[in-house]
Design a protein around this ligand. Structure first.
Ligand code: AMP
Length: 211
């Protein structure tokens, strides 16, 4: 079961991914989390990605496809994976389909979390994430403690107003066309209302998957 979580930055993909993972029994892959971990570890991958990420620009497709290929060949994803913010350009979507075809797999569904820009700016301006496990929180100040692993909550550099504006523009030009690409290629695309209580959004997503 390969599920692509899609939507603007701040739509709630990172909040929904672990909940859907628990409900469906498949792990998650978030390229944003992988890249932030690489930056913290000071790897070549992290060094290459950092400047793009700080500006709110997309990291090159070849880097992302490398992460996808590696993750899909690991035993932990044998039963499937929930891809959180992993597919953000048409070449990435096409590349994922090729990797899947080589492994005898297909993308089962794309869940697009729908939300308007005003709500995004409000959400991201008040977002912090755990420095270690990267769980996102709303309305919790930097320096507070993560409920899950006791890590320190920090603000993301790309949640500053200028970077948020750039990320929304990048979404419109480079990421939004991916949805039509999936429709044109016969993949099941479900649009989910992402506004409301977290549990309600999870229920809507599961219903869209027939669960
Ligand atoms: P996220 O945590 O999903 O909001 O991602 C944070 C940043 O990581 C993005 O703004 C991009 O700079 C980079 N990134 C994450 N996933 C991708 C991807 N699939 N394609 C290109 N850049 C990505």
């Amino acid at each position: 079961m390969i599920i692509v979580l899609f939507g603007k930055p701040g739509a709630g993909k990172g909040t929904q991914a672990p909940l859907l993972s628990a409900a469906l029994g498949v792990p998650t892959l978030a390229t944003g989390d992988e890249l932030r971990a690489a930056i913290r570890a000071g790897t070549t991958l992290g060094l290459e990605a950092k400047a793009f990420m700080d500006r709110g620009d997309l990291v090159p497709d070849a880097v992302i496809l490398g992460i996808i290929k590696q993750a899909l060949s690991e035993p932990r994803t044998a039963k499937g994976v929930i891809l959180d913010g992993v597919i953000r350009t048409v070449p990435q979507a096409a590349g994922l389909n090729t990797v899947c075809a080589d492994l005898g797999k297909i993308v089962d569904a794309v869940l697009c979390f729908e939300i308007d820009d005003d709500e995004i700016v409000r959400r991201l301006a008040s977002r912090t994430i755990c420095e270690t496990c990267q769980t996102p929180f709303t309305a919790r100040e930097p320096g507070a403690t993560c409920d899950l692993d006791g890590g320190t909550l920090v603000r993301r550099k790309d949640d500053e107003p200028d970077a948020i504006r750039n990320r929304l523009a990048v979404y419109q030009t480079q990421t939004a066309p991916v949805l039509q690409w999936y429709r044109d290629h016969g993949t099941n695309v479900a649009v989910i209302d992402a506004v409301g209580a977290v549990d309600d959004v999870t229920s809507r997503a599961l219903r869209a998957l027939g669960k």
